[in-house]
Structure formats: C-alpha cells, structure tokens
Design a protein. Sequence first.
Length: 151
Amino acid sequence: MYKKILVPIDGSATATRGLTEALGLARDVKADLCLLYVADQFPMMFEFSGMSAYNDLRNALHERGNQALDQAKAAADAQGVHTESVFKEVVNQPVGTVIVDEAIRLGCDLIVMGTHGRRGMSHLVLGSDAEAVLKSTPVPVLLVRAPGTAS
C-alpha cells in the first residue's frame, strides 16, 4: 500500500491532527514518514526593513520549525515509526507548491495534512495550502479536519 507518507507540519493543532492520523496509518501499514516544515520568509521581507530585526525573526522561524520537527519525530519514535525530517526555507513560493514538489522529490506515495476547513471570507483572505496541494498534486492526499471544525 503506502511506503512513504509526507506530513507537512507547522506546530499548529491542525497540523498535529494530521500528524496523529499519519502516525496511525504509517504504523498500521509499516510506512515511513517524511516530516516537512516550510518556513516562508516572504511576509518577513516587507515587515522588517532593518537587517537585525529580519535576522532575529528568521532565527525565531528556524527555531520554531526545528522544534516542530523534533516534537513530530519524538511522537513518531514513541510509536516505532521511522521518519526523516525536511526543513525547507522559501521566499515568494506558495507553500502548497513546496509541499507537492517535496512529495515528488522524496518519492512519497501519500500526503497527509491537516486543514482548517475555512470557508467564505476567511478562506479568501487566508488562502488554503490544502486546496493548493489538491489542485496540483499527482500524489494522493488525505486531509484531516482541524479539531472542532466538523460540519
């Protein structure tokens, strides 16, 4: 069935829900997990004109990403699931595109990710990485709704 599952994580409850689902699936089918954290620097480029502030924020972004990857790896280790971690830093590249590109590059045969299930104005304003992945991936996708968003 599945041998390698990509799980995008960002430390949020929604991503953790996707990770939990992926861990159960990986354990059951004896698949490996590829944990992916995408650090998008594009918003920082406009918000901080000083190099010192930019570097501080970039360092914080790296720390948060590495922390999220470490926590996900610890959860996988506790369940006996083999993982590899990928930290991807991008500027002006849609996160959904990065997820699809990494799934292909890593040879993953499934993407499991959390989704907020936003609709209406919040969807238009915030966009949807999950929707972008669905529209462009050749790899099957399992979307897991955020806690409390069942409709």
